[in-house]
Design a protein around this ligand. Structure first.
Ligand code: HEC
Ligand code: HEC
Length: 271
């Protein structure tokens, strides 16, 4: 046999090794891109191509609408946040909002501080109140009471309510700082699990537009919301930013950060 025949198709050994390589490659493709993803809870069975793109790290927004790889990442709010929403309303807006808010005191408290495990609204950023009310109104965030109430609110009502609540003193006026003892997730997050520090969005270091003020919120409300993001029963966070972080958190961590933000110490004003 001439030496170059070793790499020729006529050589049985060469033929066999090529065939087994092809078979092995196909088998590992099937396992890696079809079988393994299909046993994941968030598998959406959009075919081989989507799985390959997902495995290769292609952002789901590159694929055509409706073929997004991860159901938890679905576009989940119609509200486009604008800086103007964060501006305080005119003084007549606050007065009108105060009148409208008489329908809300039963649960959210006379001064916007809840004693019923509903969220505090006092001092909440106006764009947060606007976004959340619009999400309830368009059924993007689910809560039977709030959806029913929001349905009857006009754009103007929503803006005026937001202006009114922004004008009330917060449950805790001081944001979290690095000077106190912080849970690790609040201070530094966990890069290995893609959890950004809470303090980088929720105030303290930075407040990202549309991110709620959490300081002094009722403990049970915080736990319920984190759990709802984890179960994806709450899906109105754009780009699934809360969902993807909380999914990686343990129950103990949820309890820990909720207890931290609900803490009553500090310079908070009393209602
Ligand atoms: C019967 C009790 C009740 C009444 C009345 C009520 N709310 Fe609520 N509200 C709740 C509860 C409970 C939640 C949290 C629901 C959830 O889990 O999504 C909530 C959530 C909200 C939120 C979201 C806050 C956040 O931090 O995400 C806003 C804004 C809000 N309500 C505004 C209002 C306004 C304005 C009114 C009056 C027009 C009102 N609510 C009346 C119980 C109530
Ligand atoms: C990348 C920015 C970002 C980081 C980091 C972040 N959040 Fe959020 N969080 C948001 C945004 C934005 C919302 C509002 C989502 C929406 O529009 O409904 C939110 C909502 C929440 C809510 C619901 C509050 C309410 O009243 O509706 C809770 C609770 C919460 N975050 C807790 C946390 C905790 C605890 C951490 C740290 C482990 C954290 N978040 C980290 C951006 C962030």
């Amino acid at each position: 046999m001439k030496e170059h025949d070793a790499y020729s198709w006529r050589n049985a050994w060469f033929r066999r090794s090529v065939v087994s390589l092809v078979v092995l490659t196909l088998a590992s493709f099937l396992v890696g891109f079809v079988w393994l993803p299909s046993v994941h809870s968030d598998f959406t069975a959009q075919g081989l191509w989507a799985s390959i793109c997902q495995a290769a790290g292609v952002p789901s927004s590159w694929s055509s609408p409706g073929s997004q790889g991860n159901p938890a990442a679905q576009q989940s709010t119609h509200v486009v946040l604008e800086r103007s929403m964060a501006r305080a309303g005119a003084s007549d807006a606050v007065g009108r909002g105060a009148t409208l808010a008489l329908n809300c005191t039963m649960c959210h408290g006379a001064q916007g501080i809840s004693v019923a495990n509903a969220p505090n609204l006092a001092g909440q950023y106006p764009e947060v109140v606007i976004k959340q009310l619009k999400d309830y109104k368009s059924d993007k965030r689910q809560n039977a009471t709030m959806q029913a109430l929001a349905r009857n609110l006009s754009e103007r009502d929503i803006e005026d309510l937001a202006a009114y609540y922004a004008s009330l003193p917060k449950a805790r006026t001081a944001p979290t700082t690095y000077d106190e003892k912080l849970p690790a997730l609040v201070r530094v997050g966990d890069p290995m699990r893609n959890i950004a520090p809470c303090i980088s969005c929720h105030g303290g270091v930075d407040q990202k537009l549309g991110t709620p003020w959490l300081e002094g919120m009722p403990h049970d409300y915080l736990v319920a919301q984190l759990q709802a993001f984890k179960d994806a029963t709450r899906r109105n966070d754009s780009q699934a930013q809360m969902r993807s972080m909380v999914r990686a958190m343990t129950q103990a961590e949820i309890q820990e950060v909720a207890a931290f933000y609900a803490r009553k110490v500090g310079t908070g004003e009393k209602h």
